[in-house]
Design a protein around this ligand. Structure first.
Ligand SMILES: [Zn+2]
Length: 580
C-alpha cells in the first residue's frame, strides 16, 4: 500500500513539475488548491521528503502518462460503459451530489474525476464535452482551478482533515459553477473522519459536489456508499492497452516489436499509468527501438523465444538438450521461468497450436513443479525435474494418440493413392489438409510441424521440411501401431469407423453386408452378404479398404472372405434405393 501510494505521489508531483508550477505550501499533494483555507492541510504535505520535485529524465523530457492522459470521456481507455453513463447524466443535467469511482489502480478513476470536474465547471455549460478553452477549462487543465480541490485520502485521513474540508464547503466557489472535492483513496479515511463527512455528503450546499475515488470500496462504510452514485471501473484488458501503446508509439515515431509490448504489459498489472511509465523507460533503454531483446533485458524477463527453443527440444525428446536448456536459464528465478512456461503453454493452447492432451500433461507437470518449489529450496533442481518430465511426457504416446496419428497416416495414404474415392476432387484432403490433420493428433512431433506450418508457411523450403517431418513421424507410427494391442473386435469397429469417415458409401455397405467372424494368426475372416452389385463396388475400392485394414490389423494381414448368399435383406433399409 505504501509503495502504491508513493507511486501515486510521485505521479502527482511529476504532473506538477511538468506544468512548471512551484511545489510549495499551496500546491503539494493538493496541487490545485489555492484558497487560503487549505493552507493548513496543504502544509502537512510539504514535508522535506516530497517537497523536491521529481526530475523527468527522458531525453525528450516527455512524460507519456501526462502527455497522453485522457482529456475527454471518449478518450478513456477501456471504460466505455462508465464513460457513456457519466456522459449521459452530464448531458441530461442529472447531476448527483456525490460520486464514487471504484476500480483498480490506474484504471482511469482520477482522470475521470478531473474530466467530470471540468465538465461541471466549463463556461459553455454543463456537458460531457468541456470546451477546453474557456477560463475555467484552462485553469482546470493546468491544475490551477481554485474550486476543484483534490485531496489524497491516504495522507489526509484524520477527522481534523475532514473538518477542514467541511469548513471549506461553507465558502461559495470563487470562479467556477461548483466547488468540487475530489478525494482519492477515500477508503483510507478513519471511521471518525467518515462520520464527520457523512452529513455534508448527504446534504451539501447546492454548489458543492464530491467525487470520491477508491481502489477498495469494500472498506468503505455502507452509510457512505449509499449516499453516492457508484461507478465501477473495469480492469483494462491487455488488448486495449496494447492498442493504446501502439497508437502512442506511432505518434511518437518509435519503432517496436509487438511481442516487446506484450512483455511490458505482462510485467504490469493493467494500470495505464504504470504501463506508460514502463513504456517510457523502455523507449530510453532501447534507444527508440523497442525490440523483444531490449525489453526483456530491461525488465529482467526471459525472451519468449527461449520457449520456442524449449519446445523443439521437448519434441525431440532429447534429455541432454533439455538439461542444457535448464543450465542456460539458471540466471533467472526458477519460479519465474516456470510461470513464463505456463503462460507460454496457455498461449499455445489458446492459439490451437498445442494438442490439449499434451498441454494438460505439461500443465500438470508445471503444477507439480510449483508445489516442489514451495517445499524444496533447490529451485534449480525443481526446474530441471520439471523440464525433464515434460520431455518425457512428450515422448509417451498413448493409444488415442497413436490412433489419431494413424488416422493422419491413412488420410495421407488415401490422398496420395486416390484409392478410396472414384472422384478425386471430392472428399480427398489436399496435402495441406492432411498435414493439418496430422497436427491435430496429440503428439509433440506433429505439434512442431504445426508450428512450422502455421508460422513459417511463407517459406517454401520450410514447408517442405515440415512435410518431411510429417512423413517421418508417420513412418514411425506405421512401424509401431500401438493399437494392435486392442481387442480384435474393437479393432474391427475402429476399422469400420475409419472406413465410414473416409468413404460413407463403403462404410454403409460394410455395416450392412459384411460381418466380422474372427481374427486369428494374422487372418481376418469376414462373412460377405453383399449382393453382386455391391460386391463389385467393394472390389473396385479394395486397395483403399486393404490399406485401412492393414493400419488397424497390421500390414501382414491375410483376408478370408466367405461369400454368403443367405442374407438377402440388409440390416438397414437405407441403401435400398441404390439397389437395382
Ligand atoms: Zn470550457
Amino acid at each position: 500500500m505504501q509503495d502504491m501510494q508513493n507511486g501515486y505521489d510521485a505521479y502527482e508531483m511529476k504532473d506538477t513539475t511538468i506544468l512548471e508550477e512551484p511545489i510549495g505550501l499551496e500546491s503539494g499533494i493538493f496541487g490545485m488548491e489555492t484558497t487560503s483555507d487549505s493552507s493548513k492541510i496543504a502544509s502537512k504535505e510539504a514535508s522535506p521528503a516530497n517537497s523536491t520535485p521529481l526530475k523527468d529524465d527522458t531525453p525528450s523530457n516527455v512524460n507519456l502518462a501526462l502527455k497522453y492522459r485522457p482529456i475527454l470521456f471518449s478518450e478513456l481507455i477501456g471504460q466505455e460503459s462508465v464513460s457513456l453513463t457519466l456522459s449521459a447524466s452530464l448531458d441530461s443535467n442529472k447531476i448527483s451530489n456525490a460520486y464514487l469511482f471504484s476500480g483498480l489502480r490506474g484504471s482511469g478513476k482520477t482522470s475521470s474525476a478531473r474530466i467530470m470536474a471540468r465538465s461541471l465547471e466549463c463556461e459553455k455549460g454543463i456537458s460531457s464535452h468541456p470546451c477546453g478553452v474557456c477560463d475555467n477549462c484552462v485553469l482546470a487543465l493546468k491544475g490551477n482551478h481554485p474550486d476543484i480541490i483534490e485531496i489524497d485520502g491516504a495522507s489526509n485521513r484524520k477527522i481534523d482533515d475532514i473538518r477542514d474540508l467541511i469548513e471549506q464547503t461553507k465558502y461559495r466557489p470563487s470562479v467556477g459553477r461548483f466547488k468540487i472535492f475530489i478525494i482519492d483513496e477515500v477508503h483510507m479515511l478513519t471511521k471518525e473522519a467518515f462520520n464527520a463527512l457523512l452529513k455534508t455528503l448527504e446534504e451539501p450546499p447546492s454548489y458543492v459536489k464530491f467525487i470520491l475515488a477508491t481502489t477498495d470500496p469494500l472498506k468503505m462504510p455502507a452509510t457512505i456508499l449509499s449516499r453516492t452514485q457508484h461507478y465501477r471501473f473495469k480492469k483494462i484488458s491487455n488488448a486495449k492497452l496494447l492498442a493504446h501503446l501502439k497508437t502512442i508509439l506511432e505518434k511518437e515515431k518509435v519503432s517496436y516489436e509487438e511481442e516487446a509490448l506484450n512483455l511490458i504489459l505482462k510485467s504490469q498489472s493493467g494500470s495505464v499509468r504504470d504501463v506508460l511509465t514502463m513504456l517510457e523507460q523502455a523507449i530510453i533503454y532501447s534507444k527508440q527501438n523497442l525490440s523483444v531483446e531490449a525489453v526483456s533485458t530491461m525488465i529482467g524477463a526471459l525472451n519468449p523465444s527461449v520457449f520456442d527453443e524449449l519446445f523443439l527440444i521437448l519434441s525431440s525428446g532429447d534429455m541432454q538438450k533439455a538439461r542444457e536448456f535448464v543450465l542456460s536459464v539458471r540466471d533467472y528465478e526458477a519460479q519465474m521461468v516456470i510461470d513464463e512456461l505456463a503462460f507460454f503453454i496457455k498461449t499455445k493452447v489458446t492459439n490451437l497450436e498445442l494438442p490439449l492432451e499434451l498441454a494438460t500433461r505439461y500443465l500438470r507437470i508445471i503444477n507439480d513443479a510449483r508445489y516442489d518449489l514451495q517445499n524444496d529450496s533447490d529451485s534449480d533442481f525443481c526446474l530441471l525435474l520439471c523440464v525433464l518430465r515434460m520431455c518425457e511426457a512428450s515422448k509417451v504416446l498413448d493409444i488415442k494418440t497413436a490412433i489419431a496419428r494413424a488416422e493422419a497416416s491413412v488420410l495421407k495414404e488415401a490422398s496420395s493413392k486416390d484409392s478410396l474415392e472414384s472422384k478425386p476432387s471430392e472428399g480427398i484432403p489436399s496435402k495441406l489438409e492432411v498435414r493439418k490433420d496430422a497436427t491435430l493428433s496429440a503428439s509433440s512431433k506433429d505439434f512442431v510441424v504445426s508450428t512450422s506450418v502455421k508460422e513459417r508457411a511463407q517459406s517454401e523450403n520450410l514447408e517442405q521440411e515440415a512435410s518431411q517431418k510429417v512423413d517421418k513421424a508417420l513412418e514411425e507410427v506405421e512401424q509401431k501401431p500401438t493399437f494392435l494391442e486392442l481387442p480384435k473386435d474393437t479393432r474391427y469397429v475402429l476399422f469400420l469407423e475409419r472406413l465410414s469417415f473416409k468413404d460413407a458409401e463403403l462404410g454403409e455397405i460394410f455395416e450392412n453386408f459384411i460381418e466380422y467372424k474372427s481374427f486369428e494368426d494374422g487372418i481376418l475372416e469376414l462373412d460377405n452378404f453383399a449382393p453382386d452389385e455391391l460386391a463389385s463396388i467393394i472390389r473396385t475400392r479394395y486397395s483403399g479398404i486393404k490399406l485401412l485394414l492393414d493400419e488397424v490389423f497390421g500390414s501382414n494381414l491375410k483376408l478370408k472372405v466367405n461369400k454368403v448368399l443367405a442374407k438377402v435383406t440388409p440390416k438397414s433399409a437405407s441403401i435400398d434405393k441404390d439397389l437395382p
